[in-house]
Ligand binder design. Sequence first.
Ligand SMILES: [Cu+2]
Length: 235
Amino acid sequence: MENWLPEAASSYAADLDGLLIFISAIVGVWFILAEAVLIGFAVAFRRKPGQKAAYLPGRSLRAMSWVLVPCVVVLGFDLVIDGVAAPIWDKVKIEIPESDEIVRITAVQWAWKFTLPGPDGELGSDDDVDVMSELHVPVGKVVEFELTANDVIHSLFVPQLRLKQDAIPGRVIKGWFEATKTGTFEIVCAEICGLGHTIMKGKMVIESEEAYSDWVKSKMPEAAASIPAEERNEG
Ligand SMILES: [Cu+2]
């Protein structure tokens, strides 16, 4: 099943793929079983000459158990899935590790805007730099993002990173990822957001630290570009 998924390129991709396979296996087994019972009963109790259909109100405990027992079983498996999934979602969505880079991502109809912190390393200051559509990030580094939207609800989706997060106007949602492979991946919007939804594409370029730092330099205003990378990162 792992071959059906896009290439995995983030530090938490394996956790999420494992969870997907785990849930699919549980749901898959019960799906096959339930369909087998349904088809089996449909065949066994099909129309037969001389036999009249009866109306069964299903008030006996035996009849009700066909609904109640599966309910309890489903609830039990739900709790098992919750127990397995909770630490993974904590890791992916709640506990943001200490970050090496920070970027603000703004979704607009119909484009992605990336705001780099500029030479002072801090977002929300005068030297922030906006970049449209293409974001470069260093491989093997924790990138923290602040995601928001200007107009309607969008959803940031980079399949290879197993990263998907809604972007909501008026809210800033923090998240993170650590890319484990270099490459260029598509950033798409995963929430229908209007006429241009399908063309709301961006590009994420995951590259070596040197290449990344060259890219950052190329985006900085002239004066700032002369500050060495180490000093820029200190702020
Ligand atoms: Cu969108």
